[in-house]
Design a protein. Structure first.
Length: 91
């Protein structure tokens, strides 16, 4: 990417790490977390309304039962560090 953009020294991945998911619920919780992230940060009220997320496509293309399962997963124990955390009680 740097060669194509004629830029040197830029990092394409910053603070990147892998997590091996060994339980189905762990995968579903993280999928739910990704789709709910814009709501968590106060950008939209409904995940499918955020245009830069796959939540809308996921909602349209999956079965209603699977969508309900994923969105219903608790994400309070998913630990993802970022610089943009918002206390939703202040929004």
């Amino acid at each position: 990417m740097n060669r194509w953009d004629q830029t040197t020294g830029r990092q394409a991945w910053f603070q990147y790490w892998d997590t091996q998911l060994t339980f189905q619920k762990a995968y579903l919780a993280r999928l739910s977390y990704v789709h709910k992230n814009a709501v968590h940060h106060g950008l939209v009220r409904e995940p499918s309304l955020y245009p830069w997320c796959s939540a809308g496509c996921f909602q349209r293309r999956t079965t209603p039962a699977f969508y309900k399962t994923v969105i219903g997963m608790k994400v309070d124990r998913v630990q993802v560090a970022d610089d943009f955390s918002v206390d939703l009680s202040e929004v």
